[in-house]
Design a binder for this molecule. Structure first.
Ligand SMILES: O=C(O)[C@H](CS(=O)(=O)O)OP(=O)(O)O
Length: 288
């Protein structure tokens, strides 16, 4: 019975301070993995409270790379709460950015200078440049990417329209991605909205349009610089099976970040063959 208990509960419950001092906790986190170019995970925060955000950072922060404060929720949040999230994310080395829609609203209202001032003053370390709702010409798109970089921000761009039924044009995506990346974007997100349904790669049931995915793979020379918005589990599984555990995935609901990481590591039935035996050994030994 004693052995059984030991193998079920992480030792942190028995001796948290001893465990931290021994470095065992650090060995289980992904800090080292992050340095080795692990697949990026972006979560979408649509208004988590302070405790929910702190819980998320504690439970899954090691497996998250980017927090998007979704669409226009940032300016509706209490400043104190926003500052807390920005601080917590940055302490963990994560990117944190407002949703691309907020910049689109600023463009529409001719408030781009004010947008950059606020983003920098609040301490965000990234922005998303998108044209999901507005039209944005190539020149302005490039100028916004460069302006972000000039302000010391990482820039993520997004390809695709939010209108239901909008599709991905593989050759247009390839051109957009090439120009965005040349202008300094970190990666290019493929639009699927928060729902993952009826937009871009996904049909009105959320299933992947596999012919479209094949087309993208043919046209885009380096799909490794794409991040796929894939809020639903079966979408994550398909993209993991197509591109492997290093695929970048975004718009992950906060509560699913840890579950996604198990799939990247072959610790869930759906991708059981993934991961290295040595890593599995380390992970299972951690539990003993
Ligand atoms: O484009 C997105 O993924 C999100 C969420 S939704 O489209 O409004 O559902 O918008 P964003 O402005 O990028 O946060």
């Amino acid at each position: 019975m004693k052995e059984l208990t030991r193998s079920i509960w992480p030792p942190a419950l028995a001796d948290p301070s001893g465990l931290r001092a021994s470095g065992a906790l650090a060995a289980n986190t992904s800090g080292a993995d992050r340095a080795h170019g692990r697949g990026q995970t972006m979560i979408i925060d649509k208004g988590l409270g302070r405790y929910a955000f702190a819980d998320l950072m504690e439970t899954a922060g090691d497996y998250v790379d980017c927090v998007k404060i979704g669409f226009g929720t940032a300016p509706l949040s209490k400043t104190e709460l926003l500052l807390f999230k920005i601080e917590q994310a940055k302490l963990r080395g994560l990117l944190i950015m407002p949703g691309g829609t907020l910049l689109e609203a600023a463009i529409r209202q001719e408030l781009v200078t004010e947008f950059f001032d606020s983003v920098c003053k609040l301490g965000f370390n990234a922005i998303e440049v998108s044209d999901g709702t507005i039209e944005l010409n190539r020149g302005l798109r490039t100028a916004l990417i460069q302006e972000g970089i000039r302000n010391g921000l990482q820039v993520v761009t997004e390809y695709g329209k939010k209108l239901t039924g909008s599709l991905v044009d593989a050759s247009e995506l390839a051109d957009t991605a090439e120009t965005d990346l040349a202008a300094g974007a970190k990666y290019v997100t493929v639009e699927a909205r928060e729902s993952g349904v009826g937009v871009g790669l996904f049909d009105d049931k959320g299933n992947c349009r596999e012919d479209m995915l094949d087309g993208i793979c043919r046209f885009v020379p380096d799909p490794g610089r794409l991040m796929w918005e894939a809020p639903l589990k079966h979408q994550q599984v398909l993209l993991l099976q197509t591109f492997g555990p290093g695929v970048h995935l975004g718009n992950i609901p906060p509560g699913d970040a840890l579950a996604l990481e198990t799939m990247r590591r072959g610790l869930r039935s759906d991708t059981f063959g993934f991961g290295h035996a040595a890593d599995h050994r380390k992970q299972i030994e951690y539990m003993i």
